[in-house]
Write a protein that binds this ligand. Structure first.
Ligand code: 9J3
Ligand code: ZN
Length: 264
């Protein structure tokens, strides 16, 4: 319980709870204009309204090529309501490449912890990155350059760099079976396969899904993202039950690979 883990937030988890459209925390939001943002394009911060539970871990999320913050906005309240501060960002240009998106994710985290109005609510030692497509490729870049990150979740990621042995951040890679823009055979799967085998890592392939599955509310993405973030940003082992033993293929999951148990 909380006495053993100071980062644990919220009630004992259930499968229905991690699949729900909203978690236990009421959520507020505040926008960051592009003028106020340095090194990224601005965005929206979603955060638990109550200050009664102390600080929260935080996640920055980048959209993909040609896309705006709106394309990943559903993740803001969905994750924040589980007990995280979530920053969905715009990039400087919608044409920015993955390496740039990685730097922008880190700039957004720095803004969140150093300059944002909710900085006192954020635990600056417990940060994570996510992103769609080139933003997913960017989350790999961010984790490579900042190994203190606690979790990375690239969603149908795209990157020309196919090898990621440098990562030290627990990483959940989400691929889509019918992705023809970032086919899993040349993106998500080699990214996963080249992560260190000693790392806490997982590969979730969404059954019968396209490149754009992460752009609309998706319960499979949400439930495993919440579990991964809770497990590695909050060190909350109550969520290990949803990650180990490895989820079995079903109507939603084409394939799931990973090490198990975690943290060993
Ligand atoms: O961010 C993305 O959707 C990357 C896929 C893409 O359009 O790459 C083409 C260069
Ligand atoms: Zn590489």
């Amino acid at each position: 319980h909380a006495a053993d883990n100071p980062y644990e937030r919220g009630p004992a988890p259930t499968e229905a709870g991690i699949e729900a459209l909203r978690g236990p925390y009421a959520v507020s939001e505040t926008s960051v204009s592009s003028l106020a943002a340095s090194g990224f394009g601005g965005g929206t911060i979603y955060y638990p309204t109550s200050t009664a539970d102390g600080t929260f871990g935080a996640i920055a999320i980048s959209p993909g090529y040609t896309a705006r913050e709106s394309s990943i906005a559903w993740l803001g309240p969905r994750l924040a309501s589980q007990g995280f501060v979530v920053f969905t960002i715009d990039t400087n240009s919608v044409y920015d490449q993955p390496a740039s998106r990685g730097r922008q994710l880190l700039a957004a985290l720095d803004h969140l912890t150093e300059r944002s109005p909710v900085r006192s609510r954020v635990d600056s030692d417990r940060l994570a990155v996510m992103g769609h497509s080139m933003g997913g490729g960017g989350s790999l870049e961010a984790a490579k350059s900042r190994p203190s990150l606690k979790a990375a979740i690239p969603l149908t990621p795209w990157n020309l760099d196919k090898t990621w042995p440098e990562l030290r951040t627990p990483t959940l890679i989400v691929g889509a079976e019918r992705d023809s823009i970032a086919p899993v055979s040349s993106h998500a799967e080699p990214f996963y396969n080249t992560l260190p085998s000693s790392l806490d890592r997982a590969y979730l392939e969404l059954n019968n899904a396209t490149h754009f599955a992460p752009n609309v509310s998706n319960t499979t993405i949400a439930k495993y993202s919440v579990s991964w973030l809770k497990r590695f940003v909050d060190d909350d082992t109550r969520y290990e039950q949803f990650l180990c033993p490895l989820p079995r293929p079903d109507l939603d999951i084409e394939e799931y690979r990973g090490n198990c148990p975690h943290g060993s």
